[in-house]
Design a binder for this molecule. Structure first.
Ligand code: CP
Ligand code: NVA
Length: 330
C-alpha cells in the first residue's frame, strides 16, 4: 500500500484528494473488508468517539458510519434531522466548536456544500461529508471499490451516467472518473448536465490523469460501455412540484434492458440507492397514482438482473467509510 498520510484531513469532496490518496483509501477499504469477512478484530480506537449529524434521512450512510465506528472500537452519537440545535438555534461555527471539543470526528449530511465546508473550517477534528446537495464523496469510494472489484482496475473504464447528472451523485461520479483516469459520459436532457464550472475543473484534472469527460443527449452513447449508473430523479430536499417536469425530461433516460444490452457484454449496473424501480415504496405508489408510471430511473428488470451490483455497492459503503475514518483519525 502506498505511503499516504491523511491524519487530521477532512473528507469533504473528492476534488480535494489526489488519485494516489483515493487509491490508498480504496486499498485500505479492501483490507478492512477482508478483515471483517475473516472475523478479525480491528477495534483500534477504543478511546475515540464520533458525532453523526444527519439533516436529511439515511439508511446506508448512517448504518455504515455506526457499524464502522463500532468495528473500529469507537462510540458514536447520531444526531437526527430534528434532534439538534444545528442551524435553527445554533450556528454551524458554534456547533463545530462544541462537537469538536467532545468528539474525535464529525460526519455531516445536509444541504449546501458550503455548510459542511464551514463546519470543517471551525472544527479542529476531521469532518466527513455524508452527502450534500452538490457532492457525495463517501459514495464515490464505494462505487470505485465496486468497479475495481468487478473489473480489476479503474483506468480506462467507461462509465455512463443516465438521468439527473447535475446533483450530488452525478457531479461526484464525474469528479471520481476524472481523478481515476476513467471515461465519464453524462447521458441526459441537457438541462441536467453538471455546471460549466465543475465540468471545466474535471476537464483540467482529466488532462493530467488521461480521463475523458463527455456529454450526450443520445442514449446510444452508452454503446459498449462498462458501467451504467443512475440515481433518483428528484433528490432529498427538492420540492414536490418538480416531479412532473422531471418525469417528462428524464423518462427517455430511464435505464432499461435495451440500454444494458447496448452496453458492453460485461457491463454492470450501479445505483447509490434508494431506488424507485417498483411500486413497493410510498413515493413510488404516489407517483404511479399521479403520473401513471410504474418505474422511474431504472426498470425493475435491470435492477433485479445479474448485471446489477447495487447491493455489493451498498455493502462497500461500510468498508470505505471505515477506511475514511481510520485514515483521517490514525
Ligand atoms: N446511498 C446513500 O447515501 O443512501 P442513504 O441515503 O440511505 O444513506
Ligand atoms: N441524489 C440523491 C442521493 C441519495 C443517496 C439525493 O440526494 O437524495
Amino acid at each position: 500500500m502506498a505511503t499516504v498520510n491523511l491524519k487530521g484531513r477532512d473528507f469533504l469532496k473528492l476534488l480535494d484528494f489526489t488519485p494516489e490518496e483515493i487509491t490508498y483509501l480504496l486499498d485500505l477499504a479492501a483490507d478492512f473488508k477482508e478483515k471483517k469477512k475473516n472475523g478479525q478484530l480491528h477495534n483500534v480506537f477504543p478511546t475515540k468517539n464520533v458525532a453523526l449529524i444527519f439533516e436529511k434521512t439515511s439508511t446506508r450512510t448512517r448504518c455504515s458510519f455506526e457499524v464502522a465506528a463500532h468495528d473500529l472500537g469507537m462510540g458514536s452519537t447520531y444526531l437526527e434531522p430534528t434532534g439538534s440545535q444545528i442551524g435553527h438555534k445554533e450556528s454551524i461555527a458554534d456547533t463545530a466548536r462544541v462537537l469538536a471539543s467532545m468528539y474525535d470526528g464529525i460526519e455531516y449530511r445536509g444541504f449546501e456544500q458550503e455548510i459542511v465546508e464551514e463546519l470543517a473550517k471551525y472544527s479542529k477534528v476531521p469532518v466527513w461529508n455524508g452527502l450534500t446537495n452538490e457532492f457525495h464523496p463517501t459514495q464515490m469510494l464505494a462505487d470505485l471499490l465496486t468497479i475495481r472489484e468487478h473489473f480489476g482496475y479503474l483506468k480506462g473504464i467507461h462509465l455512463c451516467y443516465f438521468g439527473d447528472a447535475r446533483y450530488n451523485t452525478g457531479n461526484s461520479l464525474m469528479v471520481a472518473c476524472a481523478k481515476m483516469g476513467m471515461h465519464f459520459t453524462a447521458i441526459s436532457n441537457e438541462k441536467y448536465f453538471p455546471s460549466e464550472e465543475l465540468i471545466e475543473k474535471c476537464k483540467e484534472i482529466a488532462q493530467k490523469t488521461g480521463a475523458e469527460i463527455s456529454f450526450s443527449t443520445d442514449v446510444n452513447a452508452a454503446k459498449g460501455c462498462d458501467v451504467v449508473a443512475t440515481d433518483i430523479w428528484v433528490s432529498m430536499g427538492e420540492p414536490d412540484d418538480v416531479w412532473e417536469e422531471r418525469i417528462k425530461d428524464l423518462e427517455p433516460y430511464r435505464v432499461t434492458k435495451n440500454v444494458m444490452d447496448n452496453a458492453g457484454e460485461k457491463a454492470i449496473f450501479m445505483h447509490c440507492l434508494p431506488s424507485f424501480h417498483d411500486l413497493n415504496t410510498k413515493v413510488g405508489k404516489k407517483i404511479k397514482e399521479k403520473y401513471g408510471i410504474d418505474e422511474m430511473e431504472v426498470t425493475d428488470e435491470v435492477f433485479e438482473s445479474d448485471k446489477s451490483l447495487v447491493f455489493e455497492e451498498a455493502e462497500n459503503r461500510m468498508h470505505t467509510i471505515k477506511a475514511v475514518m481510520y485514515a483521517t483519525l490514525n
